[in-house]
Ligand binder design. Structure first.
Ligand SMILES: [Zn+2]
Length: 424
């Protein structure tokens, strides 16, 4: 263990430079900028260190084109003897830059102990930490049994269909190939994320009847019908959701209950480029809802709650009609604390930081959903450096000390999961 820790400390500059290099690829999603050069950069580094590297383009997934190919990289280092495989999965995409930055977003500027840039925290710092952890472990344990994999995948920020979902469907997370998965998302270096709440997205459309805006009594306003839906949300739905509490350790505190966001609402004709308003009674209004639900809830009941609310309105409100279209769903997932990867990372956190980890559940989903549901692999957590609250913010950064600590924790976890097989 001492040798492994020293080895990682000696790689501090390498860790910093690697993080900066990764930040310098502006892998903004959408549209999926610079995925291919970023994937090849990771692959070439690991190939040089003896990994066998595969590039897998997720053809025909959302956004994939020759201009913006969804190129994923998977690198595998085979130990000297057969044994289990530890896999680190990081997404290479970052969200848009947005306003409010006081530093350049794609240069990897260092100030004090922090490296700044879009994706520094979510999650190129974590990707760099996992690469250095794997390299240090292999150097210290050249005869280890088992295998280590590192993947850099696309589109996590937009659902992961061209990334982990695509790879999972092709067997890359099958339990006969991979045993333990760590996703270095920024959850803070002393916390282990066991899973996430569920998601259901749907579109509600209310219908009306078009007429001249000067004679609204001759039409039927779809927006007023949607107003009735909003009113029912306020008076009935939101109070009911607030009462649904979970035993899952969700952070932050406000997400320990069922929630619903109204993502968007569109009614009537859009204003022209000249900004002139529509002269008509709107005959359609559409709302997208984002319902986050708990492991204690049944997804069927979640859906029925909304359709029941709409049917109740239909029964009492003249000419109210609606359509409900389902868009997307993910079931909640929570890895058991007795799973080997949880115990290994928890033990490493105690050794390096001298504290017991906090176990948390993410309010939103991440790629664990595909590893769990498609890959059928249950021994999976998210663990990585970076402060969760900084993700997607202006002046996003990752702390160098936090990265070094997390790298040590990841390397010790590999050692626990694969064994210390250094020849004497
Ligand atoms: Zn992320």
């Amino acid at each position: 263990m001492e040798e492994l820790i020293k080895r990682i400390e000696s790689k501090r500059d390498d860790l910093v430079a690697l993080t900066q290099d990764l930040i310098r690829f502006p892998t903004i999603n959408p549209p999926g900028e610079a995925y291919a050069p970023c994937a090849r950069f990771i692959g070439e580094r690991l190939a040089y260190r003896g990994f066998s590297v595969q590039y897998i383009r997720a053809f025909n997934t959302p956004g994939d084109s020759d201009t913006y190919p969804r190129l994923n990289v998977i690198a595998r280092y085979e130990g000297k003897r057969p044994g289990p495989c530890v896999h680190f999965n990081s997404h290479i995409d970052v969200v848009e830059v947005g306003k409010g930055w006081t530093r350049p977003p794609f240069e990897g500027v260092i100030e004090g102990d922090n490296i700044y840039g879009r994706g520094a925290c979510d999650m190129k710092g974590g990707l760099a930490a996992s690469i250095i952890a794997a390299e240090a472990y292999i150097e210290c344990n050249p005869d280890f049994a088992g295998a280590i994999e590192i993947s850099g995948t696309c589109d996590e920020e937009s659902g992961g269909f061209g990334g982990v979902a695509y790879l999972a469907k092709r067997g890359f997370f099958d339990p006969d190939r991979v045993d333990h998965v760590i996703i270095p998302e920024p959850l803070n270096k002393d916390r282990i994320c066991l899973g996430h709440r569920g998601v259901w997205w749907a579109e509600i459309e209310t219908h009306g009847h078009i007429a001249h805006g000067s004679m609204p009594f001759l039409g039927d306003c779809a927006i007023r019908h949607m107003g009735a839906v909003l009113d029912a949300f306020e008076t009935t739905l939101f109070p009911a959701l607030a009462l649904k509490r979970t035993d899952m350790p969700v952070v932050p505190e406000g997400a320990k209950q069922s929630t619903l966001n109204i993502n968007s609402i569109h009614g009537g004709q859009t204003e022209g480029a000249d900004g002139l308003p529509s002269p008509c009674v709107p005959d359609s209004c559409r709302m997208i809802i984002d319902r986050r639900f708990l492991i204690e809830e049944d997804i069927g009941a979640v859906k029925r709650e909304i359709s029941h609310l709409l049917d109740t309105l239909k029964a009492k409100r003249p000419s109210f009609t609606y359509d409900l279209r389902e868009l997307f769903e993910v079931l909640p997932t929570m890895t058991d604390k007795d799973q080997p990867v949880v115990k290994a990372v928890s033990g490493a956190i105690s050794q390096i930081l001298g504290t017991q980890p906090d176990y948390v559940i993410s309010p939103g989903t991440y790629d664990q959903k595909h590893i769990d549901r498609i890959g059928k692999l249950k021994d999976c957590i998210a663990y990585g450096p970076g402060i969760l609250d900084l993700a997607h913010q202006p002046d996003e950064y990752v702390g160098i000390k936090d990265m070094v600590d997390s790298t040590k924790i990841m390397a010790l976890a590999i050692q626990t999961l694969l064994g210390n097989t250094n020849p004497s």
